[in-house]
Ligand binder design. Structure first.
Ligand code: SF4
Length: 329
């Protein structure tokens, strides 16, 4: 079956992935492979803008690749690689930075937010981050970038940079990527308040054992107004119920929605049910992860092969870019 175009997406190497990563990105990555040629990049250079201690960077890259593969990324068809292994991206970043107004970069809300978060480490990379991101996308002549609502302005900015470059150098070397809007569910952590994330240690990791997963589920905050077992609960404000809706069969969700409200079902039983359904869902993932983890060199071989294929695409684009800019061959 012929595919519809080329999708690019990148994610920072954050090590072992959690349910929020899975539902927010990885699941979509896997599904997109059916219809598109996919290029998925672990953006380790981007990580350097905020990570000061890089001691775990390589290991985090490996763990993330392991989770992607276990979740269903198919490396024979999808190009899966590490950003820093395609040096052309830094060359294109430098060239694109010449057509990007500095004032626009420093005005971006995301830059201001990063400055607020890291006041002691406002480095040049932080400012140039959207330019590097643009280079990531256009280097592989990607048509489509899956974006959630909050990332849409970034892609629009990338499109502006591409237009500036093509206009300034009178070329069509770079393609303006289109946004593919995706519904990104807001997955809350076990605290039931904040978005699931490692920094808040409120995550449930995909690679945890069934026992560890059950323990985390039993720690989940439920309807805060339900103080005693006999109090009726409200599933509409309960994070456990939100998860049931994703991982449990429809009849069970219906039963919980009914029996929670009459206190016929207690939170402990409800969480045990969720843990069982989640563990069942994760069984194939865990089996596949264990297979890959037994052969770490195979994971690195996959990443190296992906980088080799990515470099071929990148070099073809850079030939056109150097020609347009009149840099020597
Ligand atoms: Fe939430 Fe389930 Fe408890 Fe109801 S019974 S409050 S849905 S954990």
């Amino acid at each position: 079956m012929s595919k519809k175009g080329r999708v690019f997406s990148g994610a920072r190497p954050t090590g072992r992935q959690h349910l929020g990563n899975y539902l927010g990105a990885i699941k979509n990555y896997v599904a997109l492979q059916d219809d598109y040629n996919c290029v998925y990049c672990i953006v380790d250079l981007h990580a350097l803008t905020t990570v000061e201690d890089t001691a775990n960077l390589r290991q985090n890259t490996y763990e993330m690749a392991l989770d992607w593969l276990a979740a269903g990324i198919r490396p024979a068809e999808t190009i899966m690689f590490v950003q820093s292994q395609v040096p052309q991206v830094t060359e294109l970043h430098t060239i694109l930075s010449m057509v990007t107004p500095l004032g626009k970069l420093t005005d971006l809300p995301t830059f201001k937010e990063k400055v607020r978060q890291n006041p002691d480490n406002v480095n040049y990379g932080l400012v140039g981050y959207p330019v590097l991101m643009t280079a990531d996308i256009v280097l592989y002549k990607s048509d489509i970038v899956p974006v959630g609502v909050d990332q849409a302005p970034h892609l629009e900015f990338a499109r502006e940079i591409v237009r500036s470059f093509n206009y300034r150098f009178n070329t069509k070397a770079l393609i303006e990527p289109q946004a593919k809007h995706t519904e990104v569910p807001k997955v809350l952590g076990i605290d039931g308040k904040e978005k699931m994330g490692k920094s808040l240690t409120n995550q449930i990791e995909l690679a945890s054992t069934p026992e560890e997963t059950s323990q985390r589920v039993m720690q989940m905050v439920t309807d805060p107004a339900r103080l005693r077992r006999n109090d009726p609960g409200n599933p509409d404000v309960c994070n456990v119920f939100s998860m049931h809706k994703i991982f449990s069969p429809a009849e069970e969700v219906e039963m919980i929605n009914r029996d929670c409200r009459t206190a016929a079902l207690g939170c402990v039983d409800c969480k045990k049910r969720f843990a069982a359904n989640l563990n069942k869902d994760l069984e194939p993932f865990r089996a596949k992860r264990a297979e890959f983890a037994a052969k770490p060199e195979q994971v690195w071989d996959i990443l190296h092969d992906g980088a080799r294929r990515a470099r071929e695409l990148a070099e073809a684009t850079m030939k056109e870019v150097r020609e347009a800019v009149q840099l020597p061959e």
